[in-house]
Design a protein around this ligand. Structure first.
Ligand SMILES: *Cc1c(COP(=O)(O)O)cnc(C)c1O
Length: 387
């Protein structure tokens, strides 16, 4: 039997070189496992860092989105606008509520939801009355829009919030991969009604599995805590006043999060260096990088680029024991969403996905490893350009 050989240079691995073990042991020693002081401390760290009034720990980013959409008033049968290019969880969370995602194509430069396309769809294909905004053809209510700050690039929130206001839509920001990304000085996930984050092990900080809901509203924060705690409405009796969930983040995992937050500035610095390395290394080649939106200070969570023959390049890297992956498959191409509405002019997300490659970008990657990755890519590009 062949033994599994781990990639020598992994795609994006967690970096646990701070106080993770110590804090987790303290959490176990305290005998507080479900809730506890590390959970409260982690939530405070997140709120302080992002400048939001309330941060609520949740068991993962997908569940955080599901709860945020519920709090935004999304109901069975509603339509919710999502970008076509995102991780599947964004659209899944909509489906969990019995609502239907509408995939809006992305911008070719930023790879984020195309706001001009969003505006023209809403202008041309909806009407409004006292009950909200309705899709003319299906008669369904459009309740919310979910901008995704893909790979750390922040959707133009002033424009998006303006459009949402014009059409009476709630804004739930999927900031799963944008902790540390700011736009005009404001942290991603804090200017919509609600924002959600993920601390899965490949994200910029991790709690193994975890997520958070961000909001400026004390009322929504209270309702979020209530919903993720089985909608328990009495301190000792088992009284539950709504259909709640068991979606809390647990104390030992929050302890890992506390240690990770201490290292966030270092992680951001390294991610930036890694992104700059790739941009410099391939400046003279026919490759395309994600263009940041105006005013955005990205966390550069994941380095990626577009290149012809991306799948052959991935194979070439794999052969050298370097892990690389395609960008996400557009939601409208996935079987689960085939019946759902897809709004596009020229299928940009499909093109970005077809040519996309996610590059190794762990915060622990060494300069030598970066050199090796770009040498392999460089020789691949030299050959394919000559062809
Ligand atoms: C990671 C991610 C999620 C899901 O978060 P989990 O914690 O894995 O559930 C959702 N949306 C986007 C854009 C993500 O990158």
């Amino acid at each position: 039997m062949e033994t599994f050989r781990p990639p020598v240079i992994p795609l994006c691995e967690p970096n646990l070189n701070g106080h993770e073990k110590q804090y987790m042991a303290e959490a176990v020693d305290s005998n507080w496992l479900s809730g506890g002081s590390f959970l409260r401390r982690f939530e405070q760290q997140l709120a302080d860092y992002t400048g939001v009034a309330h941060a609520i720990g949740v068991c993962n980013g997908t569940s955080a989105l599901q709860v945020a959409l519920t709090l935004a008033g999304v109901e069975k049968g509603d339509l919710v606008l999502v970008p076509d290019l995102t991780f599947v969880a964004t659209a899944n969370a909509v489906k969990y509520l019995g609502a239907k995602p509408v995939m809006i194509d992305v911008d070719a430069r930023t790879w984020l939801m195309d706001l001009d396309l969003l505006q023209s769809f809403l202008q041309n294909e909806t009407y409004q009355n006292n009950a909200g905004c309705f899709h003319r053809e299906s008669g369904r209510r459009i309740k919310a829009v979910v901008p995704v700050h893909l790979l750390g690039n922040v959707c133009e929130m002033e424009q998006l919030n303006g459009i949402a206001k014009q059409f009476a839509l709630a804004v739930v920001e999927d900031a799963a991969c944008s902790l540390g990304s700011f736009q005009n000085g404001r942290h991603s996930g804090t200017t919509g009604l609600l924002g959600t984050m993920s601390f899965n092990s490949n994200k910029i900080i991790t709690t193994a599995g975890g997520g958070a809901i961000l909001t400026q509203s004390g009322l929504l924060a209270k309702r979020a805590r209530h919903l993720i705690t089985q909608a328990k409405s009495h301190a000792t009796e088992y009284i539950h006043d709504a259909l709640g969930y068991n979606f809390r983040l647990v104390n030992p995992l929050a302890a890992i999060g506390c240690a990770q937050m201490e290292q966030l500035p270092d992680f951001l610095q390294r991610k930036k260096e890694v992104a700059a390395h790739y941009r410099e290394a391939f400046a003279d080649y026919e490759v395309t990088f994600q263009q940041l939106t105006p005013g955005t200070d990205s966390n550069y969570w994941h380095s990626a680029m577009l290149v012809n023959e991306s799948r052959s390049l991935i194979a070439a890297l794999t052969a050298e024991n370097i892990e690389a992956r395609p960008l996400w498959t557009p939601i409208h191409e996935l079987p689960v969403f085939r019946e759902d509405l897809y709004i596009t002019h020229n299928s940009v997300a499909s093109e970005v996905s077809r040519r996309g490659i996610m590059l190794p970008c762990s915060t622990s990657i060494t300069d030598d490893q970066l050199q090796r990755v770009s040498q392999v890519i460089g020789s691949f590009l030299n050959v394919t350009i000559k062809n």
